[in-house]
Design a protein around this ligand. Structure first.
Ligand code: B12
Length: 258
């Protein structure tokens, strides 16, 4: 019978439950040789890995060596507590999202997106919105339930908000990739300010994404949600559909009570 994990003290799984086995890869700026191997093991110990082993190392070029090291991590995390109150969504499939929108909202959900400010990276927002999507999973444009407007990259925040008002968007999706000089923080903050000044903040979902965006950062900046690496269109599609349905339920309860 398969052992069950203690969710209050979760450790990495390698060969068996709780063995704590992890693999780390890194490059040291030292010449390939036994001294380099010794340095890698020492470094693994300073990372608090017990019984580290160099399972692979090779010369990259003069003065640089690449390592693959395995070792045991004795630390654990309390998944049971962390899970409470965390941003966790039960993802739906494309078909389920469309059905939820059709049955609970009864019209197409309008989403508008862009990579804003001076940021030219468009691959992330295109992956979410364009028909072809990501890794064989359609972008929201392919869903029956969404009407999608993708403005592309280097779009000024003011223009994005202006277009959002024009198409009566339910959700604004922003992508930020460049984080040098905290450009993303500046851009994202500006977008929230403009949405507030234009009076659409309360009725529009504000969602941001990018490799260095987290849900926690997004909330801090005044967004409703944030998505990072590993996001698929159906993830954000699920969030939008479920959140709009939840807000409609709250609005109708308030109206009935009033
Ligand atoms: C392709 C690329 C470019 C292309 C972009 C082409 C295009 N049309 O997008 C070009 C060549 C134009 C380019 C230019 C530059 N780039 Co560039 N680029 C990259 C590269 C190689 C890949 C980025 C990418 O497409 N990833 C794939 C997508 C799918 O991943 P993603 O964006 O993370 O998106 C996922 C999630 O983050 C999330 N997501 C993203 N957005 C959103 C939005 C929403 C709403 C949601 C829900 C989810 C979501 O979902 C996506 C799918 O899972 C990266 C390095 C790398 N390997 O990552 C550098 C990189 C991003 N670039 C970088 C830089 C510095 C630049 C330049 C400034 C370089 C220069 N000095 O000119 C310029 C940008 C100029 C500008 N004004 O913006 C740096 C950024 C460093 C930083 N943190 O600030 C990187 C990390 C390279 C590096 N290591 O230095 N770049």
């Amino acid at each position: 019978m398969r052992e069950t994990a203690d969710l209050s003290a979760v450790r990495p799984y390698g060969d068996h439950l709780n063995d704590g086995l992890v693999q780390v890869t890194f490059t040291l700026p030292v010449p390939y040789g036994l001294a380099a191997r010794h340095a890698a093991l020492e470094l693994a110990r300073t990372m608090r890995l017990t019984e580290p082993e160099v399972v692979h190392y090779q010369r990259l070029c003069d003065g640089y060596t690449y390592f693959v090291v395995i070792g045991q991590c004795r630390q654990s995390v309390d998944f049971a507590t962390l899970r409470e109150g965390a941003f966790d969504i039960q993802y739906l499939t494309e078909h389920e999202i469309d059905r939820l929108i059709e049955e609970q909202i009864g019209r197409r959900v309008v989403v508008i997106g862009a990579s804003t400010g001076t940021d030219t990276h468009s691959v992330g927002i295109d992956a979410m919105l364009n028909l072809k999507g990501l890794d064989g999973r359609h972008g929201l444009e392919a869903y029956h339930g969404f009407e999608v407007h993708n403005l592309g990259s280097q779009v000024p925040n003011a223009r994005l908000v202006e277009r959002a008002i024009a198409v009566n968007a339910d959700a604004i999706l922003v992508s930020q990739t460049v984080t040098q000089q905290n450009l993303h923080l500046h851009n994202l903050t500006e977008l929230v300010e403009i949405a507030e000044a234009e009076g659409i903040r309360d009725r529009t979902l504000l969602i941001c994404g990018g490799p260095r965006v987290s849900h926690e950062l997004a909330k801090e900046l005044g967004f409703d949600a944030g998505f990072s690496k590993g996001t698929y269109p159906d993830h954000v599609g699920t969030y939008i559909a479920k959140e709009l349905v939840a807000r409609r339920a709250i609005a109708s309860t308030t109206a009935t009570a009033g």
